[in-house]
Design a protein around this ligand. Sequence first.
Ligand code: AMP
Ligand code: TRP
Length: 390
Amino acid sequence: MRIFSGIKPTGPLHVGSYAGAISQWLAFQKDPASEGFFCVVDLHALTNNPSPEQLRRDIMETAAGYLAFGLHDARFPIFIQSHVPAHSELTWVLSTLAGVGELERMTQFKDKAGYAEILKARDRVTQRLEQTIEELDLLQAGSMGAHHRLVRDQHKEVIDGYRSLKEELDNLHALLTARDSRVGAGLLNYPVFMAADILLYDTDVVPVGEDQLQHVELARTLARRFNSRYGETFKLPRAKLVKGASRIMSLQDPKKKMSKSLGSAHYVGIFEPADIVRKKIMSAVTDSGSDIKYDPATKPALSNLITLMGVVTGKSASNIEHEYAHVGYAAFKEKLAEAFLAFFESVRRKKAELDKDPHHVLFELKAGAEKAREITNKKLRDAQYKIGLV
Ligand code: AMP
Ligand code: TRP
């Protein structure tokens, strides 16, 4: 079974990526019936507009992280996406099969482009404007009788409200226009590139976090479209998620997914100094009450911490609830920080060693890229031939 997955080098590896992706990669690596590639998807990171120094640092950090986890062996090489040019070449071909509307509907695009929030705000303001017009109509009808002065005052109030809503709407419109010129085309094409990554390897399974489900679906769609037009060429991949841990939430805002882009306090990095790990976990927000209880609907923050405790101890949520039922939030967070550091201790040690030896990291990456090129050159050639390129 062929596995393919990757992580964007846009900052430190955090426990969300471990829970959703890396933990699965390690399991596949142990399974002798599986083989595949783990990629540092550096070209995807460009959509964040990093500085060259930052990008170089993040690429090496992410690769060293993979090696520290032991994610590199004969059956599972690691490599850097830009070292294998076929990824970029197939992206162009697939982009001619993808619809702009289809890409604009991707949740990640809408979130990153900032459209979702603006559009929601616009709907809210428009609705309030409509209510205001109804109120005006009512006032108009009522003004036929007596109490003229009172009605005039009420009129004025409603019209002032109308003016300020109209201003809000104009501002939102300006915001949308400004976004339009700032949102890069790379962000829109992002999932097409990801489809190329996956399809080049005849991938069966893509182990990822929940946020990538829609992108893997698109890879399937594009593969199907290519095959039906040009003949059987690409295998249809399927995503695989970790049950119960495919969406770790932010430590500061349990309504949002833990991610590097929210800011440092929102995530806890696998390789951060121990005192920072403790500080971040101790400062995680909690819910009202004091019981250690797993209930995402009423206790989203605590449920997320319980999930994290499960990730680093292997215990079920109900076992954790029993064990820590009445210790209180602070003591639970202390235990979580210690369990986190104990679980990742050996990987953290290995990573510190690798940081001193970037040549070794590069050596492994180059060896991996060579193996990847062997596979992708053949696949790309096959696709190009079928399209009619000579
Ligand atoms: P990224 O760092 O965004 O490239 O994500 C790398 C991998 O980790 C992808 O498979 C993501 O779906 C997964 N991932 C990232 N953040 C989380 C999270 N908060 N919970 C679960 N999986 C995640
Ligand atoms: N888009 C993924 C993310 O943001 C990273 C990625 C790029 C990827 N190419 C991939 C994941 C191919 C799996 C397979 O996390």
